[in-house]
Write a protein that binds this ligand. Structure first.
Ligand SMILES: Nc1ncnc2c1ncn2[C@@H]1O[C@H](COP(=O)(O)OP(=O)(O)OP(=O)(O)O)[C@@H](O)[C@H]1O
Length: 250
């Protein structure tokens, strides 16, 4: 298998809300520099998994360990529905927040930073949009803005939750080019995706989950018809009101 050291390691991790487990007994690793899709039916626990990695959700059981270079940041793009677009920010303001990990919230923006912000906006095709309030952007333009912010974050680990949902083919293709670029730069990228064709085309590794791991490895092996059917059946059979994990109780 992959000889690269792990960037994220899961040891028997159970994540959940209150006492209700959402993802059970997950063990495995995302190697440093890997490009992995997280796939599974609605309610499979994909977003929950990312929240566990970011640290906004603490495991009910087990450990998640990040092995990143010193000072390296983690960049996290939540689902579009979780982002408040009524906040009075311009495109420029939002993108410049990508520099906060280095400059601090109150740090000034120097000439070099301004060039980097302009370069990031150009890379996502938004030159000329600097002063636009984010509330006036289309869904695709907003996603381009958020990817420009990710570019500036310069993170070793990038987590994307359904980044291409409700985004047209041209915008998806442009943003996938950035994902490929991050992969060639040896960043570790984990993306929750629903479009299996995109996963097969672009993502070498896949984790298929259905409240627990169904398969984890190379995309061609993981996305077999048998595994996809198994995942669907496992989620349909799951009792969302279960208060304890059957394996813990065993
Ligand atoms: N804040 C929360 N409080 C309680 N339960 C939650 C919360 N967030 C998610 N859940 C539950 O955890 C389970 C997994 O949800 P999650 O959002 O991780 O699934 P998902 O695979 O990302 O789904 P989708 O593809 O629909 O986005 C679901 O049963 C969901 O209802």
């Amino acid at each position: 298998m992959n000889a690269a050291p792990s960037a994220i390691r899961f040891d028997e991790v159970t994540l959940g809300y209150g006492r209700h487990p959402a993802v059970h007994h997950l063990s495995g690793e995302f190697p440093a520099g890997s490009l992995t899709a997280v796939v599974g039916p609605n309610g499979a626990g994909k977003s929950t998994l990312l929240k566990g990695i970011v640290g906004t959700l603490r495991p009910l059981e087990g450990h998640i360990r990040l092995h990143l270079p010193a000072q390296a940041s983690v960049a996290y793009l939540p689902q579009a529905a979780e982002i408040d677009r009524t906040f009075p920010l311009s495109v420029y303001d939002l993108v410049s927040m990508g520099l906060w990990s280095r400059s601090g919230v109150l740090g000034g923006i120097g000439r070099g930073d301004r060039t980097r912000i302009e370069d990031a906006l150009a890379a996502v095709g938004l030159t000329g949009f600097e002063r636009r309030p984010i509330g006036t952007l289309s869904g695709g333009q907003m996603q381009r803005t958020l990817f420009a912010r990710l570019l500036l974050q310069d993170a070793a680990l990038i987590l994307l939750d359904e980044p291409f949902t409700a985004i047209d083919a041209k915008t998806t293709a442009d943003l996938l080019d950035l994902v490929r670029r991050w992969h060639t730069e040896s960043r570790t990228v984990v993306a929750v995706l629903h479009d299996i064709d995109v996963v097969r085309r672009v993502f070498p590794e896949t984790l298929l989950i259905a409240r627990e791991s169904v398969a984890w490895g190379t995309t061609a092996q993981v996305l077999s018809a048998e595994n996809l059917l198994k995942a669907r059946q496992m989620v349909e059979a799951y009792d969302p009101h279960a208060s304890a994990c059957h394996r813990s109780a065993a």
